[in-house]
Design a binder for this molecule. Structure first.
Ligand code: NAD
Ligand code: TYD
Length: 354
């Protein structure tokens, strides 16, 4: 079986749903169920005996040790993290705790478990650490996309804490021989993404008649990848990646934020027109920029394409239509995540920004 951490979050839950659809192997899912963890994402596999959910913290050495000994996984895939840049600006401590210290304790538990395995199991074992392109910092408009040789130059508490976790993972390979793999992926979008991130926030605000807050001039560029493509890439790296290597994953799909929001508005104009027949673009408002806002991310994904024969299946045009459709069809999911905690966050991040 495999052991997934953070499997009740956006990417982790998509990964588990895909895994269970296409594999016979069981998944143990350890998740702390922070505001971003939502068991409703996994409702369709709740009764499936191939999915074993445990509520807990990756930083709990005793618990993780007990679980690894009990389930004897052949691989650990670490999705668990605090993942939102704006939150890392308001409350960096949580990012240091989970992304840095949590990853450290997880590495300790995994290293000790791995050392107790027999030679064959030891050789077959993998720890796959899921990371981000944000560790490389920001790019000028004309600069080549990030490849695996780029220097780490993180600029936010989020990216700095992820960079630190990547370094720890690397060190456990070089120092202790732990068979690790690291992936650095660009911005994901798709079903089950918490509406604090750009695309789901814009869909939800548009439909609720609220403003669509664009930070600064909206010309910051991100590379966007449909979440299922990321999940397939992770499976490829897990099965065929070279131990100790890192793999950049991206969609070759760089777009300024404003273009993304325009695209979301156009799809909504078509599928769920406003009652006054005006475009959802009318709701766009420019707000105060994010401090330290990275201007551009771009991923050179040639290594994973060349070595592991991976390419994204979705274009942005197909992926964004599926995504908007999913949110339109899952209004109850949205209503359920908009708890008091969510409303508090919106208040904290957006009030005073206009
Ligand atoms: P998310 O915030 O939606 O989910 C994170 C999950 O981790 C939640 O279920 C949460 O409950 C759980 N978690 C948090 N702290 C924990 C802890 N201490 N112990 C156990 N579980 C804990 O994040 P996501 O967007 O699904 O991202 C998953 C991973 O992928 C993260 O490591 C993130 O850095 C990375 N990543 C995300 C993106 C993106 O665009 N979302 C892109 C590249 C890489
Ligand atoms: P986000 O989804 O938070 O991902 P990240 O910061 O990790 O790239 O944001 C994507 C881009 O959208 C980023 O440049 C910030 C911008 N943004 C806005 O303009 N308005 C918003 O309300 C949010 C949440 C993000």
């Amino acid at each position: 079986m495999i052991f997934v951490t953070g499997g009740a979050g956006f990417i982790g839950s998509n990964f588990i749903l895909n895994w269970i659809k296409s594999n016979a192997e069981e998944v143990v899912n350890l998740d702390k169920l922070t505001y971003a963890g939502n068991l409703e994402n996994l409702a369709s596999v709740q009764a499936n005996s191939k999915h074993i959910f445990i509520e807990g913290d990756i930083g709990d050495l005793e618990l993780v040790t007990k679980l690894l000994d009990k389930y004897q996984p052949r691989a650990v895939i670490n999705f668990a993290a605090e993942s939102h840049v704006d939150r890392s600006i308001h409350t960096p401590e949580a990012f240091v705790k989970t992304n840095m210290l949590g990853t450290f304790w997880l590495l300790e538990a995994v290293k000790n478990y791995w050392n107790r395995l027999d030679e064959i199991a030891k050789n077959n074992f993998r720890l796959l650490h899921v990371s981000t392109d944000e560790v490389y910092g920001t790019l000028d408009k004309q600069a080549p996309a990030f490849n695996e040789e780029n220097r780490y130059e993180p600029n936010s508490p989020y990216s700095a804490s992820k960079a630190a976790s990547d370094h720890l993972v690397r060190s456990y390979h070089h120092t202790y021989g732990l068979p690790v793999l690291t992936t650095n992926c660009s911005n994901n979008y798709g079903p089950f993404q918490f509406p604090e991130k750009l695309i789901p926030l814009m869909i939800v605000n548009a439909l609720e008649g609220k403003s669509l807050p664009i930070y600064g001039d909206g010309q910051q560029i991100r590379d966007w990848l449909y979440v299922e493509d990321h999940c397939v890439a992770i499976c490829k790296v897990l099965e065929s990646g070279s131990v100790g290597e890192t793999y950049n994953i991206g969609g070759w799909n760089e777009k300024p934020n404003l273009d993304i929001v325009h695209e979301v508005c156009s799809i909504l104009d078509e599928s769920k027109p406003r009652s006054d027949q005006k475009s959802y673009r009318e709701q766009i408002t420019y707000v105060k920029d994010r401090p330290g806002h990275d201007r551009r991310y771009a991923i050179d994904a040639r290594k994973i394409e060349r070595e592991l024969n991976w390419k994204p299946a979705e274009t942005f045009e197909t992926g964004i239509r599926k995504t908007v459709q999913w949110y339109l069809e899952n209004w109850q999911w949205i209503a359920n995540v908009q708890s008091g905690v969510y409303r508090d966050w919106v208040e904290k991040n957006y009030v005073g920004r206009t």
